[in-house]
Write a protein that binds this ligand. Structure first.
Ligand code: AMP
Ligand code: MG
Length: 325
């Protein structure tokens, strides 16, 4: 199933011809286009149903190419790139001239990352340029973590999908504003706040997600079809059973120790004890509950340490008000 060398060559050809490629990364699957091809970039927004003001991430083959895509690289940004790339860290820097405004949602900053996945890196090397890629899902919905999810989400809107197996991290990259001064986390993700603090040697802030720096931030994102309701950990079972009795098809997230057959719900997800395994499974759990016909998902937030910070961020956004209403 994993992409062969000839698949990678074909995908590079599709990018050169202005097409869209579904590509595996260690975080989630991306919907990639040649970052310098305006028509191809426009097709990404069309395929996803994404507002044009919502910026994309430019993926590059190695930290050595960073200077080609940004205006300048502050010392701290260089340190982070050298330390975490390839890896689930995206750096927001001042936009270089090579990056069209269409890819940055009109911003003078650009988000750049080197993904840590052999198939993505092989594609980036074969292609030679920057590949701009958001997650390969319809705007607002759950990110894909397998090639099959990409095909199910986007169908014919994607020209070619490279299969690289299930994504190892399972949640998106950590986005850090590294334009100058003290770096801050714009979106928690695969590189933990603690890892960043160790490398930087000082605390790193995570400003409210409604911050003005990220346009197109909708309160609802990463959302399954079912409504997501977050409750206190000790109330998960009672709230789930109440809603089930009221006629909902309830899917419930429970720690493995509590997830036995006696819980009255339509579907029970037994959460792994390790937060890394939880992140790995998160989007699959949400998709699975949709597939099983749940209309309501009841969960609580994990402790916000390590990948727990990113999981809590995604669950809050999944539970946020829907942008269609
Ligand atoms: P996704 O489409 O899920 O891959 O998400 C891309 C993320 O990168 C979104 O949350 C964007 O808002 C964010 N992003 C991309 N470019 C920038 C930028 N220049 N400044 C701030 N956030 C950005
Ligand atoms: Mg996304």
């Amino acid at each position: 199933m994993t992409a062969t060398t000839s698949d990678i060559e074909k995908a590079a050809e599709v990018l050169r011809a202005g097409g869209l490629v579904g590509l595996p990364t260690e975080t989630v699957y991306g919907l990639g286009a040649n970052a310098e091809d305006l028509a191809a970039v426009a097709r990404i927004f069309q395929a996803k149903g994404r507002p044009p003001t919502h910026p994309l991430i430019v993926h590059i083959a190695s930290a050595e190419h960073l200077d080609d895509w940004v205006e300048e690289v502050p010392v701290t940004a260089r340190l982070l790139a050298e330390h975490f790339w390839p890896g689930p860290l995206t750096l927001v820097l001042r936009r270089g001239r090579r990056v069209p405004l269409e890819a940055t949602g009109g911003l003078e900053t650009v988000a750049v990352r080197v993904p840590d996945h052999p198939v993505a890196l092989a594609l980036l090397s074969a292609f030679g340029g920057g590949v701009t890629a958001p997650s390969a899902n319809r705007f607002g919905s759950v990110s894909p973590t397998t090639a099959a999810h990409v095909r199910a989400e986007l169908g014919d809107a994607v020209d070619f999908v490279l299969d690289g197996g299930p994504c190892e991290v399972g949640v998106e990259s950590t986005i850090v504003d590294a334009t100058g001064g003290t770096p801050t986390i714009l979106r928690p993700g695969g590189v933990t706040r603690e890892d960043l603090e160790t490398v930087l040697g000082h605390p790193v802030a995570v400003p409210a997600t409604s911050g003005v720096r990220v346009p197109g931030q909708h309160p609802s994102h990463y959302a399954p079809r079912a409504r997501v309701v977050l409750v206190e950990p000790q109330k998960v079972i009672t709230e789930a059973e109440l809603a089930q009795e009221q006629g909902h098809q309830v899917g419930v997230f429970l720690p493995a120790s509590l997830a036995d057959a006696s819980v009255n719900a339509h579907a029970v997800v037994a959460l792994p004890d390790s937060v890394d395994a939880y992140a790995y499974g998160l989007y699959g759990f949400l998709r699975g509950l949709d597939q099983r016909g749940c209309d309501l998902i009841i969960a609580s937030l994990p402790v916000e340490e390590g990948l727990g910070l990113a999981i809590a961020n995604r669950l809050r956004r999944a539970a946020g008000p829907r942008h269609s209403v």
